[in-house]
Ligand binder design. Structure first.
Ligand SMILES: Nc1nc2c(ncn2[C@@H]2O[C@H](COP(=O)(O)OP(=O)(O)OP(=O)(O)O)[C@@H](O)[C@H]2O)c(=O)[nH]1
Ligand SMILES: [K+]
Ligand SMILES: [Mg+2]
Length: 371
C-alpha cells in the first residue's frame, strides 16, 4: 500500500486492501478455536467505580506511578520488562474508588503478538480510560507508535464514532466495493458526514472501542523547563515526575474529569445526606438520568417513585421537583418521594415530567454524546 500511488484510479484498490487488512486483524484478535478467551492469569476482577489502564513502553515508570498513587507495591527497576503481569491498585479520590492497572511494557509489534502485547491490549480494552505513560526525555515518536499499535487492534483514542448509518445510497462505487469485500450485498448505508474509508470499515467491523486517553509524560525531572512547557501545552497531556512527586494532583483531577463519573447523594427526608457515601454513576450513555439513579438503588424502585427532589447544579429551584427523565449533575443531592399505595393510579400531577418510559428512552437517544 505504501508503494501504491494515491490517485483516483488506485483509490478502489487501496480501499479494498484496507478492508482486507481490517478483516485479517479482526481474525487475529479472536482467541484460537477451542481455547477460552484470555485465561492466562492476566485478567483481574473489576473493582470500584471505574477502571484505568497504564499503557506504555518498558521502563517509563508505570509501576513507580502505580505504587505512588495506590500504595500497592509493584516492582520497579531500571531494567526493561520488570513487570510481567497485571497488577491492580486502588485510587481513593472524591469519595470514589478507581481501579488502576499496572501492565507490562509494550513494544512496537505488540498488536501482532510481540511480547505480551495482545494480553496487555485486551486488558486495556476492558478499562474506561487509558493513561498512556511516556518518558518525557525520549522521542515523542513513541506516542505515535503506541497509538498505531492500539489502533491496529480496534482501539480509537480520543475520537468519537463516525457518523455513518446503514441506510441507502446507491451510487457509491468505493463504498460498494468495501461492502463487497465483507460479502455484504444488500445493505442501506447513510453518510451523515464526510467519512473516510477507514471510518466506513470501523462501522462495518463494529467492534471498535472509543476511549479517552491521557498522555502522561513522566520523568520531567530530567528535562529542561522549556521542554516541560511544550509537552504540558499539548492537548490531553499531563506532565509528571514520580521521583519528585510532581503534579499528581493535576493528573488525578484530569483522570477524574475524563472518566465522567457523577456522584449523587441520597437525602433521606428530614436528614442530611451522608456526604462520604455517594451513589456513583457513569455518563457513558450520554448523561445520568434520575431513572439511572433509582435503578442503581433498587431494580424495582422506579414503579414506586412519585417524583424526586433535586438540589444541585442540575436543579433550577432549590429543590426542583423532577421526573425520571431529568439529567443529574455531579454532586447533586436527591430525595425520592414515593407514591402512596392507594394513589398508585394518581400519576396525574407529574405526568408532564416525562415519567413515561417511552419518552425517557427517546430523550436518552437525543442526549448529547460525551466526546
Ligand atoms: N528520573 C526519573 N526516573 C524515574 C521516574 N519514575 C520512574 N523512574 C525510574 O524509571 C525506571 C523504570 O521504572 P518502572 O516503574 O520499573 O517502569 P515500568 O514502566 O513499570 O517498566 P516495565 O515494568 O519494565 O515496563 C526505574 O529505575 C525508576 O526509578 C521519574 O519521575 N524520574
Ligand atoms: K522497568
Ligand atoms: Mg513495571
Amino acid at each position: 500500500m505504501a508503494r501504491t500511488q494515491k490517485n483516483k484510479a488506485t483509490e478502489y484498490h487501496l480501499g479494498q486492501l484496507k478492508a482486507k487488512i481490517a478483516k485479517l486483524r479482526t481474525q487475529l484478535l479472536e482467541p484460537p478455536k477451542g481455547s477460552s478467551a484470555g485465561g492466562d492469569g492476566f485478567e483481574v476482577t473489576k473493582f470500584g467505580h471505574g477502571r484505568v489502564a497504564l499503557i506504555g513502553f518498558p521502563s517509563v515508570g508505570k509501576s513507580t506511578l502505580l505504587t505512588m498513587l495506590t500504595g500497592t507495591h509493584s516492582e520497579a527497576a531500571s531494567y526493561e520488562f520488570t513487570t510481567l503481569t497485571c497488577i491492580p491498585g486502588i485510587i481513593h479520590y472524591n469519595d470514589t474508588k478507581i481501579q488502576l492497572l499496572d501492565l507490562p511494557g509494550i513494544i512496537e509489534g505488540a498488536s501482532e503478538g510481540k511480547g505480551r502485547g495482545r494480553q496487555v491490549i485486551a486488558v486495556s480494552k476492558s478499562s474506561d480510560i487509558v493513561l498512556m505513560i511516556l518518558d518525557a526525555s525520549k522521542s515523542d515518536g513513541h506516542r505515535q507508535i503506541l497509538t498505531k499499535e492500539l489502533e491496529a487492534v480496534g482501539l480509537r483514542l480520543n475520537k468519537r464514532p463516525p457518523r455513518i448509518y446503514f441506510k441507502k445510497k446507491k451510487d457509491e462505487k468505493l463504498c460498494y466495493q468495501i461492502l463487497h469485500e465483507y460479502k455484504i450485498h444488500n445493505a442501506e448505508v447513510l453518510f451523515r458526514e464526510d467519512a473516510t474509508v477507514d471510518d466506513l470499515i470501523d462501522v462495518i467491523e463494529g467492534n471498535r472501542k472509543y476511549m479517552k486517553c491521557i498522555y502522561v509524560y513522566n520523568k520531567i525531572d530530567v528535562i529542561g523547563i522549556d521542554d516541560v512547557d511544550k509537552l504540558a501545552r499539548q492537548p490531553n497531556s499531563v506532565v509528571i515526575s514520580c521521583n519528585l512527586k510532581l503534579n499528581f494532583d493535576r493528573l488525578l483531577a484530569k483522570m477524574w474529569e475524563e472518566m465522567g463519573l457523577v456522584r449523587v447523594y441520597t437525602k433521606p427526608q428530614g436528614q442530611q445526606p451522608d456526604f462520604t457515601d455517594p451513589v456513583v454513576l457513569s455518563t457513558d450513555r450520554g448523561g445520568c438520568l434520575v431513572e439511572d439513579f433509582c435503578n442503581h438503588i433498587h431494580r424495582n424502585l422506579i414503579k414506586d417513585v412519585k417524583y424526586v427532589l433535586v438540589w444541585g447544579t442540575s436543579a433550577r429551584h432549590r429543590p426542583q421537583h423532577c421526573g425520571l427523565g431529568h439529567f443529574l449533575h455531579d454532586e447533586d443531592m436527591v430525595q425520592i418521594v414515593k407514591r402512596k399505595e392507594k394513589e398508585d393510579g394518581g400519576r396525574g400531577r407529574f405526568k408532564s415530567h416525562s415519567t413515561d418510559p417511552a419518552r425517557i428512552s427517546d430523550r436518552e437517544k437525543k442526549a448529547p454524546l460525551k466526546t
